[in-house]
Design a protein around this ligand. Structure first.
Ligand SMILES: [Mg+2]
Length: 276
C-alpha cells in the first residue's frame, strides 16, 4: 500500500473512532435508587485512627508505662503526708487497668459502634489484658499498705466476670469489697466519697478527667480545658491521666447521646464548623 492510501485509511479510522466517542446515550427512564447512608458505619470509621493508635501503637504502650511510672513517684510523695486513716488508691477499670481495645477493633471490622449487648459479650469473656504498668503499680501500692479501690461504670451484671478478669491478671484486692460498680449514675462522686469517708485517698488513676472530678463532664466552655487550668495543682498532685482517644466525654460532648444518625450529623457539622 502506498503512503497517501495509508494516510487516508488512518484518517478514516480516526473519524470512526471520533464518531463512536460522541454517540450520546438516551437518559434511562429508570430512576437510580439512592443508597441509604450507613450512619453506624460512618461513625465507626470516624473512630478507626483512634482505635488503631490505642491498640497497636508503641506510643500508647509507652504512655501507659510512663503514666504508671509517674504514679509511683506521686504515691511515694503523697504517702509522706501523715494521716491516721489507712491510705487508699482509687483506679478506674476500662482503659486504666484493663485494655478493651480488642473489642473496639472487632467493632470497627464489622462497621459497628458501641452497644451494650456486644460489650456484655466481651466482658463476659474476662479476657481483657492489663494496661502496661498497671499490675506492677498496684502491687507496689499494696506493698506500701495502700488499699486499692476499683471504681468503674461497668454495671452490676458484670461484677463476677470483672473480678475474674482482674484476679487472673494478678491485680490486688480484686474482690467485692473493693469493686464499686455503677448503680444508676455514671457520676463517680458519691463512690469516691464513700472510699474517702474512712480512708486517706492518696492517688487516683483514670483515662477520663471525670475519673477525678465530675466538673469535667462540662465541656461547654473551652472544651473543658479551663477547668484543667483551674485545677492544675490538684491534678498534678493527685491524679494520673492515661491516654484513651477511643471514646469518652470529649467525644460525647460533640456527638451527643442520640441515635447514630444524629451523632453522625453532629460529627459532620463539627468538622464543617471547625474546619473553616
Ligand atoms: Mg475508663
Amino acid at each position: 500500500m502506498n503512503k497517501p492510501v495509508l494516510v487516508l485509511l488512518a484518517f478514516a479510522l480516526f473519524a470512526c473512532a471520533q464518531k463512536r466517542s460522541v454517540v450520546e446515550v438516551a437518559p434511562s427512564p429508570i430512576a437510580v435508587p439512592t443508597v441509604p447512608v450507613d450512619h453506624m458505619g460512618e461513625l465507626a470509621r470516624y473512630g478507626s485512627d483512634a482505635v488503631l493508635w490505642q491498640h497497636a501503637s508503641a506510643e500508647a504502650y509507652r504512655l501507659q508505662q510512663q503514666g504508671y511510672e509517674l504514679a509511683r513517684l506521686r504515691l511515694v510523695e503523697n504517702l509522706k503526708v501523715a494521716d491516721k486513716r489507712p491510705p487508699a488508691v482509687i483506679v478506674d477499670i476500662d482503659e486504666t487497668v484493663l485494655d478493651n481495645s480488642p473489642y473496639q477493633v472487632a467493632a470497627i471490622a464489622i462497621g459497628h459502634t458501641f452497644d451494650q449487648a456486644s460489650w456484655k459479650a466481651w466482658t463476659d469473656r474476662s479476657a481483657a489484658a492489663a494496661i502496661p504498668g498497671a499490675v506492677a503499680f498496684l502491687q507496689y501500692a499494696r506493698s506500701l499498705q495502700c488499699n486499692i479501690f476499683y471504681i468503674t461504670n461497668r454495671d452490676l451484671r458484670e461484677r463476677a466476670t470483672t473480678l475474674r478478669n482482674l484476679d487472673s491478671l494478678g491485680f490486688p484486692q480484686a474482690d467485692e469489697a473493693h469493686l464499686l460498680l455503677m448503680e444508676g449514675t455514671s457520676d463517680k462522686t458519691e463512690r469516691r466519697a464513700r472510699v474517702a469517708s474512712d480512708h486517706q485517698v492518696v492517688l487516683l488513676v483514670g483515662d477520663q478527667l471525670r475519673d477525678f472530678d465530675e466538673r469535667f463532664k462540662d465541656r461547654s466552655v473551652n472544651d473543658g480545658k479551663s477547668t484543667v487550668d483551674t485545677m492544675a495543682d490538684t491534678l498534678a498532685r493527685y491524679f494520673i491521666l492515661l491516654p484513651n482517644p477511643m471514646y469518652g466525654t470529649y467525644r460525647d460532648a460533640v456527638q451527643g447521646k442520640g441515635t447514630d444518625e444524629e451523632k453522625h450529623r453532629n460529627m459532620d457539622e463539627w468538622f464543617q464548623r471547625n474546619g473553616k
